[in-house]
Design a protein around this ligand. Structure first.
Ligand SMILES: CC(C)(COP(=O)(O)OP(=O)(O)OC[C@H]1O[C@@H](n2cnc3c(N)ncnc32)[C@H](O)[C@@H]1OP(=O)(O)O)[C@@H](O)C(=O)NCCC(=O)NCCS
Length: 204
């Protein structure tokens, strides 16, 4: 029996526009980003972050090089975590801990800014970027982004395996339970759990 393939539909609907000069510039920026993400030796960039920011970044992590990613003094990035950006700033304050196996990303249009004493458990995902995807006559990859960014206050605990979606703001002192999916703002000193995350108690 012949199987219907959607590949042809997408090829028809999703024909890509010819490249403009701006697109050429963007392609160059993409190459620079690729070099910053993949070609800078880890030990070199960890040393730069130690001397520039006073941060301790595991040699087994992958923090994008350049001026867009910054950490405060005493902040630690543990092994196998990735911190990257497509153009927005990613900034953590002083004495933060980014646990092992985190994926932390900003898009090109907004920033991810965190305060001091933010503790992040292992396997946390923070996505400060949103793709436009409503139109079905264009490939998602061609619809661009509408990044809102993420703000995280100080003295925040983000439990293991939590995911923070673009646009949320986490108030000072909030606790995000392990495995939570945060889609909205979390008030200061709230304890939230679940998917989507809801307030279940308050720090007092
Ligand atoms: C959210 C959290 C802080 C709540 O701790 P707590 O106030 O002591 O809450 P309790 O353990 O008494 O649990 C209260 C209720 O919430 C539920 N609950 C606790 N954590 C939950 C979570 N992450 N997701 C869903 N439900 C959770 C419990 O099952 C319990 O339910 P019940 O009332 O129906 O029995 C804690 O469970 C948590 O997730 N901590 C993060 C730990 C972590 O990942 N640390 C990272 C390493 S630094």
């Amino acid at each position: 029996m012949a199987m219907h393939s959607h590949a042809g539909d997408y090829a028809q609907r999703g024909r890509r526009a010819p490249e403009t000069p701006r697109a050429g510039g963007m392609r160059l920026a993409k190459w620079a980003r690729t070099a910053q993400r993949y070609l800078m030796p880890n030990f070199l960039w960890s040393a730069v972050l130690y001397f520039r920011d006073g941060a301790l970044v595991s040699l087994a992590s992958r923090v994008q090089s350049g001026s867009l990613v910054r950490f405060g003094k005493g902040t630690v990035v543990k092994a196998f975590s990735i911190v990257q950006t497509s153009g927005g700033r990613v900034e953590f304050g002083r004495h933060c801990a980014i646990g092992a196996f985190n994926f932390i990303a900003a898009g090109g249009g907004a920033d991810l800014i965190a305060g001091d004493y933010v503790r992040i458990g292992p396997h946390v995902t923070i996505l400060a970027t949103t793709r436009n995807l409503k139109r079905k006559d264009q490939l998602i990859v061609d619809q661009g982004s509408a990044d809102k960014g993420i703000r995280i206050g100080s003295d925040v605990l983000i439990g293991a395996g939590a995911t923070l979606l673009d646009g949320c703001a986490i108030g000072d002192g909030a606790v995000i339970g392990a495995g939570s999916l945060v889609t909205k703002d979390v008030p200061p000193y709230a304890v939230v759990v679940g998917a989507p995350a809801k307030v279940v108690s308050w720090r007092r």
